[in-house]
Design a protein around this ligand. Structure first.
Ligand SMILES: CC(C)(COP(=O)(O)OP(=O)(O)OC[C@H]1O[C@@H](n2cnc3c(N)ncnc32)[C@H](O)[C@@H]1OP(=O)(O)O)[C@@H](O)C(=O)NCCC(=O)NCCS
Length: 401
């Protein structure tokens, strides 16, 4: 038995949780002015604290919706602000926090939780799995040329920082599409985005793309200066890029590549299938950098999550193992008709963390089995699962929190 108490914090305790969390990240406490903004990112009733009797650990979440394959949406808890005081680590405090948070989120009817971990070894033990990946790239703007057949795109209009902050939520709702992994973005997330945009010390602005039916794309970027005189270099760093159509995507890139004085255009954590190099006469002027894990997903209500997405192909029975939330453990029949619990014999056995990696289609069942994460109980079941869980476009979140 532990002598810790874990409970949901009152709104008046949120600032203490924020101070503790920042300390765990080795950051200073915010000023009163910063907290006036920061407090807007805390959803009431969704911050947990561990006491011994002082506050020594915290985690919070805010309500989101996650787009799943087939364009359905599931209720999601976006988990963030996780930290344990440095003099109380490695004695099970996070474990208690995660157990309580996930159990209470399950009681509230949340279908899944997700987070962007600071370090990858932390959350697998609690049933989280890396469910999307994202790439970074840098385009040599001075050298890059668009291929002649690339769509012309529409008109561009510029927004300054203030207009970007004001218009971005409405533009996102209209143009972000239904890629698996997309978040609806609650007001709590937009409050975080405002803080980040306003904190940027470089010039920040956006270009809106106007298509035949109105605004159908947006790119927000900052411009960093380095070096001096004739050696000065200007790098545009993409903060956000959303395009509802290939024409809008091409139009936004036509704008970026036409920016005088800019040497490079860099983007981080972009969709794995974002086709920038395909637009260029020489694809090597787009240098692909790292591919990294992005959103880590934890299925809290496995039957609801499996039923919410669509599948293509035959049929497979999966046996899911979830020691932390045992109600999820059991067999599920997955087919083009949907997914539901079954008593039929299992074809594949996997942990709930591995199911999260399969769920948005980022990793194939065959790859996961090859890495020892799925047990194949009947021949050819892996090929069936590859087809069923596969998606037409790469899943991607793009909503860092
Ligand atoms: C990460 C953190 C929350 C872990 O808290 P904690 O109370 O020490 O975690 P626990 O004691 O419950 O650890 C549970 C298990 O996870 C492992 N673990 C915890 N943090 C880990 C890390 N950063 N890397 C690798 N393993 C880790 C522990 O070794 C332990 O393993 P075991 O069960 O095999 O013994 C804490 O170290 C912290 O606040 N770090 C700095 C802030 C941070 O990174 N927060 C995460 C934001 S996403």
């Amino acid at each position: 038995m532990s002598d810790h108490a874990v409970r949901v914090l009152e709104t008046t305790e949120h600032r203490a949780a924020s101070v503790l969390f920042r300390t765990t990240l080795h950051a200073k406490s915010g000023t009163d002015e910063e907290w006036a903004r920061g407090s807007r990112t805390y959803q009431p009733g969704s911050t947990w604290g561990v006491f011994d009797p002082e506050l020594i650990g915290t985690a919070r979440s805010f309500d989101e919706e996650l787009t799943v394959p087939g364009a359905g949406r599931i209720p999601l808890a976006a988990v963030t602000g996780v930290g344990v005081r440095a003099d109380r680590t490695r004695r099970g405090v996070l474990t208690e926090l995660m157990r309580t948070q996930l159990t209470e989120l399950a009681e509230r009817g949340t279908t899944a939780a997700a987070l962007y971990p600071t370090e990858s070894p932390i959350y697998g033990r609690f049933g989280y799995g890396a469910s999307t990946v994202a790439k970074s790239y840098t385009v040599d703007r001075r050298a890059a040329r668009l291929r002649p057949e690339v769509p012309a795109g529409g008109e561009i209009s510029l927004l300054d920082l203030e207009e970007t902050v004001r218009r971005y939520p409405e533009v996102y709702a209209g143009v972000a599409g239904d890629r698996p992994g997309r978040l609806a973005r609650s007001p709590y997330w937009w409050a975080v985005a405002d803080i980040h945009l306003n904190r940027n010390t470089d010039l920040v602005r956006s270009a809106l793309h106007h298509g035949p039916d109105g605004v159908d794309g947006l790119v927000t970027y900052s411009v960093k200066h380095s070096g001096r005189g004739h050696d000065e270099k200007l790098a545009a760093e993409i903060i956000a890029l959303h395009a509802a159509t290939p024409s809008a995507f091409a139009g936004l890139w036509r704008h970026l590549l036409g920016l005088d004085l800019i040497d490079t255009v860099t983007a981080h954590l972009r969709p794995a299938d974002e086709p920038v190099e395909l637009l260029l006469t020489d694809p090597r002027h787009c240098r692909i950098g790292t591919t990294e894990d992005e959103l880590w997903l934890r299925l809290i209500d496995v039957p609801a999550a499996l039923a919410a997405r669509t599948y293509t192909g035959g049929e497979v029975v999966i046996d899911v193992v979830d020691p932390l939330l045992p109600a999820n453990s059991g067999r599920y029949r997955v087919s083009a008709d949907g997914a539901a619990p079954t008593e039929a014999a299992a074809d594949l056995r996997l942990g709930v963390d591995t199911l999260a990696m399969l769920y948005l289609g980022t990793w194939s069942a065959s790859s996961l089995a090859g890495a020892g994460r799925i047990e194949e109980l009947s021949p050819s079941a892996l090929a069936g699962a590859d087809a069923l869980f596969g998606t037409r476009v790469s899943s991607w979140c793009g909503t860092f929190f």
